[in-house]
Design a protein around this ligand. Sequence first.
Ligand SMILES: C[S@@+](CC[C@H](N)C(=O)[O-])C[C@H]1O[C@@H](n2cnc3c(N)ncnc32)[C@H](O)[C@@H]1O
Length: 317
Amino acid sequence: MRTGLGEASGDFEAEAASGAGDEGHAAPLGKPVQYRHRRFLSWRYRTEAEPSCQPRRALLLPEKALCPRTERISAMAQNIYDQPAFFEGYSSLPRSVHGLAGAAEWESVRALLPDLAGRHVVDLGCGFGWFARHAAAEGAESVLALDLSENMLARARAETQSLAVRYEIADLDTLELPAAGFDFAYSSLAFHYIADFDRLVRIVHAALVPGSSFVFTIEHPLYMAPSRPGWAEVDGRTVWPVDGYLVEGPRTTDWLAKGVVKYHRTLGTTLNALIAAGFVIRHVEEWKPSEAQLAAHPEWQVELNRPMFLLIACERP
Ligand SMILES: C[S@@+](CC[C@H](N)C(=O)[O-])C[C@H]1O[C@@H](n2cnc3c(N)ncnc32)[C@H](O)[C@@H]1O
């Protein structure tokens, strides 16, 4: 049986196989379920559950313009993180327990960050607020941390002491931000839930002052494109069969809850959206475990067969 960082049924945190699970920490989320996938078998895992800060320029803006509230949540946003079974499962993942240190890609992400001291940061899809607290600890002057989920924000608020951090509920699909209100934008593993990426990156571009950085991660498009993401054994090789890569749009998978909806975009579409919005792309990384991580977790070797995460750093000139 393959192990690696996660078996796919479509989420990065997806089914921890036997070992590393979500970004490399033992997290046996469920029992293996065998599916027939055309010529070969693919393995998927499922759980038992399956049968305040103010940005500098924003100070003069009305609260509603700065912080979109519940009424701005779009009809299309799924908000799966507020579904009790999903939230309970997600809360037990290693990255939910250990924070940034529990995220295998974190050191690679960190290498892309600018000096955060004195920055006015916006964190898009902040979840439990791990990065928001990190930014505050690094000296950020303000962090506006946005998320769709009341559950995620409740825990984020409970675990945050810094007065520099402010959490707000917001739907990234309908988000409005003050023009030139921030000098760093960040997002970790949230944009693959967003239907209208073009709109979002235009909003982010307008919200950054010239010279600002924008760093984000998503599930890699090769990871989430397949209709049935998962490893398969073919002629003695462990492969990740990809179908529908060029068919962009929603992907519905079962992980922690049935019918989790994400949005697949090709690598080209993602990069071109950034270019069209006016960003200069500085770094694109198809993340893989480091030598040290592979030495510590030999079972992650299979992760070299396809990228799980895409890391992008760009600048607003
Ligand atoms: C995988 S979690 C990542 C959380 C955090 N960024 C981290 O890396 O720990 C994805 C987050 O995106 C949020 N999210 C999903 N769709 C969203 C939307 N339309 N608007 C705002 N946040 C959304 C979820 O509520 C969840 O907190």
